[in-house]
Design a protein around this ligand. Structure first.
Ligand SMILES: [Zn+2]
Length: 544
């Protein structure tokens, strides 16, 4: 999802610009939420079975979650997260009640004896209450209780940053995903429809209770912030995308009165899948289908249930983020949030401090969509245009183990960093094979920044140093300093980390020249006197 641009476009949202609170000092609650505690480490998630009934009148929910897990180390104390004011009412294991204590948003579950290693176990957690209501979705997490234009309930969850434990009990850390996915049984008033992740297995009409239960199933691993409910007066249409892994069924759920608008605008969904399969490889969740689901907020990368609220307009709510006109050639939310299926949902950050892996690649994917369907020149115009929103306020990588993200620059500074890498590699076939390679090497995995860095350097056979440190770990943008005398250029990189070394393309007398730039001063001799000297615009580097 994106958030910092709202700061520029709609200053009114200033207080809610970030999904995470800005913090200097972290608390014990932050550490419990953001680290792999001993009480999380001993068990590996296999499957969730989440059953929730939603009561729009009282804005309450009630449900249970069956957590299946594999025991990696024998232990008897387990951490489960559920945020206040929701409450766990009972936990059972092998039909016996378990004791538990609460510490803020953490529940400590005490088994009566050590659970043996290698066993597969399950616990059932019952919970209920009035979940936090989102005041500004998706930037503030929780449940959104709205009415559509026709007066029907329009309800949705969103919880990136704050965490899925804001509405259901789970292991709320991105390092562990349930390998066998999730089954969701969502019960709503009978005149409404719930749309969640994966495939609709069946719908049960509970006539006496005047409710309907929708069973949705995801068979692939899923990051828990991607699990979602969307409840409204939906209509549905579908189509088949013939992709690299065969037939992918695409399903579209929109409010009934938006059906015709959606039929037109959602043509871009197939275009998006086609462009991203070209650049990144097969859509990562064929087994669970692809969906676009209308939501009462701008959008979010919910896995196999991409939520959409961009008013069926091109651009970002009709606005071109690049200021070049190119941003109006596509629907920002369809393209950006679908891009996250590859980077966020398939390749997921192990610690949210590395969230640039989600947002930099996905912001970059916007230009790859343009490159594929329009032209490389327009893709460059777009990505260079987005530099105006870079703030260089703090590094792209946040603080580890405390649920802390880096700067909002992880969108367009990160995208420009990747675009610069493409120039350095200077071979689009190789660049594409790296992007596709990342998606096969780290398919459905949780990764660290180091893994991504090493993969790119190795596969790109890159003779660079300090590059990732410069762009990910400092706020300094390197500047090319140069002096020209006759046919001689003396040049070096300033404002750079000590060991920064990268090839840079410049235009001397309108001809391309590669300079081996570093913090050390070097000279380049042209055959003729230098009349013009220009840094190639695709490098995100300053020029002094
Ligand atoms: Zn995003």
């Amino acid at each position: 999802m994106k958030f910092f641009l709202l700061l520029l476009l709609f200053p009114i949202f200033l207080s809610a610009q970030s999904l995470f609170q800005h913090k200097e000092n972290f608390t014990r609650q932050d550490s419990l939420r953001g680290s792999i505690t001993p009480e999380r480490e001993w068990w590996n998630l296999k499957h969730y079975e989440l059953a929730v009934e939603v009561f729009p009148k009282t804005k309450t929910i009630k449900g249970s979650n069956i957590i299946c897990f594999e025991v990696l180390k024998s232990a008897k104390k387990m951490q489960i997260d559920l945020q206040e004011p929701l409450q766990i009412t009972k936990i059972t294991h092998q039909n016996k009640k378990l004791n538990y204590t609460r510490e803020g948003n953490v529940y400590w579950i005490h088994f009566s004896k050590n659970i043996p290693i290698n066993s597969e176990e399950k616990i059932i957690i019952f919970y209920e209450g009035k979940p936090t209501e989102s005041k500004n979705p998706p930037w503030s997490g929780g449940i959104t209780w709205r009415k559509d234009e026709k007066g029907n309930n329009f309800i949705a969850s969103s919880n990136q940053g704050i965490g899925a434990s804001i509405w259901w009990p789970n292991k709320d850390h991105s390092y562990d995903e349930p390998e066998n996915g999730i089954d969701m049984y969502i019960t709503v008033p009978e005149h409404l429809t719930d749309v969640s992740n994966g495939r609709l297995i069946n719908t049960i009409h509970n006539k006496e209770a005047k409710t309907k239960t929708f069973h949705w199933q995801v068979t692939n691993p899923i990051n828990n912030y991607g699990v979602n409910i969307n409840i409204g007066n939906y209509s549905h249409f579908s189509e088949t995308f013939k992709g690299e892994k065969g037939n992918l069924d695409c399903n579209y759920w929109v409010l009934k009165h938006n059906f015709l608008k959606a039929k037109k605008q959602f043509k871009q969904a197939k275009m998006t899948l086609e462009a991203f399969e070209h650049w990144f490889g097969p859509y990562p969740f064929y087994e669970d289908s692809y969906k676009l689901v209308e939501a009462p907020y701008l959008g979010m990368e919910h896995q196999s249930s991409v939520t959409y609220g961009n008013r069926f307009k091109n651009g970002y709510l009709g606005i071109d983020l690049s200021g070049t006109g190119v941003g109006l050639k596509f629907d920002f939310i369809i393209v950006h949030e679908s891009g996250h299926e590859w980077f966020a949902n398939s390749i997921t950050n192990k610690d949210v401090a590395d969230m640039w892996i989600h947002e930099s690649f996905t912001a970059y994917s916007e230009s790859l969509f343009i490159d594929y369907h329009f032209s490389t020149k327009e893709a460059e115009d777009y990505i260079v245009g987005t530099r105006k929103s870079i703030k260089n306020d703090k590094p792209l990588i946040g603080q580890y183990n405390v649920n802390n993200e880096g700067s909002g620059d992880m969108y367009y500074k990160g995208a420009n960093m990747l675009h610069t890498l493409r120039q350095i590699i200077n071979n689009d076939k190789k660049w594409r094979s790296i992007l596709r390679g990342l998606n096969s090497e780290f398919y459905h995995k949780q990764v660290t920044t180091k893994q991504i860095e090493n993969y790119i350097i190795e596969k790109g056979n890159l003779n660079i140093s300090g590059f990732f440190d410069q762009y990910l770990r400092t706020i300094k943008i390197p500047a090319l300093e140069y002096q020209i005398k006759g046919n001689k250029t003396t040049y070096s990189l300033k404002n750079a980390v000590k060991n920064l070394k990268i090839p840079i393309k410049v235009w001397i007398n309108q001809k391309p020249v590669w300079l081996d730039a570093s913090t050390r001063s070097k000279t380049y001799l042209s055959k003729e006197n230098i009349k013009s000297f220009k840094l190639d615009r695709n490098f995100y580097i300053g020029q002094d």
